[in-house]
Design a protein around this ligand. Sequence first.
Ligand code: NGQ
Ligand code: ZN
Length: 459
Amino acid sequence: MRRFLLRHALLPDGWHDDVLVAVDAAGLIVSVTPAQSVVDATLLNGPVLPGLANLHSHAFQRAMAGLAERSGPAADSFWTWRETMYRFAAKLTPADIEAIASQLYAEMLEAGFTAVAEFHYVHHQADGTPYDDPAELSWRVLAAAEASGIGLTHLPVLYRHGGFGNREPQTRQRRFLHDSDAYARLLQKLEPALRNRSDRRLGIAPHSLRAVSPEMLRAALAALDDIDAAAPVHIHIAEQIAEVDESLAWSGRRPVDWLLDQGMVNERWCLVHATHLTPGETLRLAQSGAVAGLCPTTEANLGDGLFPAVDYMAAGGRIGIGSDSHISVDAAEDLRLLEYGQRLIRRSRNLLASGPERSTGRRLFDACAAGGAQAVGQPMGAIAVGRRADFLLLDAEAPTLAARNGDAVLDSWIFAGQRRAMLREVWVGGQRVVEQGRHIRAGEFAARYRQCLRRLIEE
Ligand code: NGQ
Ligand code: ZN
């Protein structure tokens, strides 16, 4: 049993000073009590927050962040970016995947994310042939999680089609493809490695309604239910107007309406992006109990559009954040941009505070801590009994936090902070993985990452 003394801790019912937290050998919190007297405990001397989940990641894309910011021969869009991304994905080896994911996961930890849902879709060799071990690239992702210490919800992606109505996939999509049987075998193969640990979870990710038929969607759910009927289900949805139009042409229904009509969406689901919603869809999604997986920096970078966050949250909708393409890896920046998008379009302020006299930062943090934990299906998101001991220790000496207390700390971290500058230590399951703002293996990961990038980019 380890004990921690938290100087200023954000607990589910608000801020408390001098909190004693006991953690068991599995890294789970067994008690949270006021510290009565001087005790033998590890002191976290500053504001302490629970770790956040990063609910949407395509790890390999971190290596191309910043390389798609030059205009192409014709108008650039999400779809031209996707072609660039496909060319990049075609070059990756298993060692590259592991090197990139290790670097990325260390960056996530430094940025305040203590778990990630990896929406993993590059499965096969460059020509589309499965590796000798069809789970090869999943093992590389798991190895990166292990090395970095981040919590991992592994979501192997089911991808079969190139568009609505069972269109055949393009050549460039061949590394992604499975039929239902091969996919079920992949889940069975991975399951033993992800079971019985508070920092691991297996789920599924039907890529999108473009890539998976209704029959395959049902088969994938049935295969997952055989393993774990509560496990997470993530899907990309309604990110682009073209996707909404194609859905209407295919079924007469918009993507979110269509999916909700199937009667299967509930708390285990995470609808990633869900950018383009009618007021009716907004309300239905909010009432479903599912999490809307918002990726503000990627959605801005790709020119997706704005999620109707004010109306959705007013209706009780659940949200979490993800860094998706990893154009930026910074929890505070994603929370800030989520609010700023709404301010810019509504020409108003403190919109997601959701009521008078409330802290916007606190409201965003609480919503994304709870929604993120739900979406990744890991016991996290709060400093409370039964949750994992994931702590973010902010730097009490940071000038930006001078004379701030309680929620003003969160508001200043999110809205006034420089990138990562205020995060001093990060703990996952009672283990410290970030010290003085740096991951404990940052140097080693960065060296391997640079080498991998030189080969990928310069060749
Ligand atoms: C992805 N990314 O799977 O990496 C997608 C692009 C697609 C985002 N949607 C590919 N942000 O949606 O077809
Ligand atoms: Zn995505």
